[in-house]
Ligand binder design. Structure first.
Ligand SMILES: *[C@@H]1O[C@H](CO)[C@@H](O)[C@H](O)[C@H]1NC(C)=O
Length: 246
């Protein structure tokens, strides 16, 4: 079989320039991680939400400007070290790390509310069960107040059914197994290849991967979907040279 590595390396370089470059992410350094801009003089902030299947939840937040990285896991329950097949009383969650100077917690709450049906009583659509319940995990009184305020607003839109969303302080967040991270992106091997088939830990840390995960699920804004598609088409059309025989 021909080695795709030359083509992959060339494609990665171009994709990083075209897609990540436009969003301010840095080129991969010696370590190879494609990371976003970390706030100077301040740590990134973290928000955790449960809103149904975490495959989709992760994609719902991945394309927002100011989001540095996303990952999925389990929280809200009492069982230690939950696993996908045995998560007991935990809920499937997304952890969003973001630059608070670029995006406010309130904007994350807006995305939370519009990305699922908080009136769905025991899950989300076909995903039925306690693990798909709706939760805002808060850290401190400001977040708790904002969460309660937006929940009341959501409830006021229609009083004929109840908003089921729980608001609770974040306890332990247990990261999910690697195969659940960037799940939507992993369904598109071509996109993974364009990124240079990054190892799992770099995929989790990568701002570009978070964005492409959202793109793969078609959850970026329409104009962004279009822009990314045309950049990818451009790269694909160039037909990078592949060594076939030697
Ligand atoms: C909660 O907020 C404090 C500061 O407001 C921060 O230092 C801490 O890391 C936060 N915890 C989590 C889990 O995000």
């Amino acid at each position: 079989m021909a080695s795709p590595s030359a083509a992959t390396v060339a494609a990665v370089t171009v994709l990083v320039f075209l897609v990540a470059g436009a969003s301010g992410a840095r080129l991969p350094g010696r370590g190879g991680a494609v990371r976003g801009p970390l706030p100077r003089g301040g740590a990134p902030a973290t928000a955790v939400f449960a809103l149904g299947s975490f495959w989709r939840s992760e994609a719902a937040f991945g394309c927002l400007p100011g989001v540095i990285r996303t990952s999925v896991g389990y929280a809200g329950g009492s069982k230690a070290n939950p696993e996908y097949r045995n998560l007991a009383d935990h809920a499937e969650c997304v952890k969003v790390e973001y630059d608070p100077r670029l995006i406010h917690y309130k904007q994350l709450l807006e995305v939370f509310w519009k990305s699922h049906d908080p009136r769905d009583v025991f899950g989300q659509g076909p995903d039925v069960g306690n693990q798909y319940r709706s939760i805002i995990f808060t850290n401190g009184t400001i977040e708790a107040r904002l969460a309660a305020l937006t929940k009341e607003k959501e409830q006021a839109k229609d009083r004929s059914s109840v908003i089921t969303t729980q608001i609770q302080p974040l306890g332990v967040f247990y990261p999910a197994e690697p195969e659940h991270q960037k799940f939507e992106l992993k369904r598109k091997p071509f996109l993974l290849q364009l990124m240079g088939n990054l190892p799992e830990e770099e995929l989790i840390a990568s701002t570009l991967a978070a964005k492409l995960n959202a793109y793969a699920a078609e959850l970026c804004p329409a104009n962004t979907q279009k822009r990314i598609s045309s950049k990818i088409d451009e790269i694909a059309k160039k037909g990078w040279p592949i060594l076939r025989e030697i």
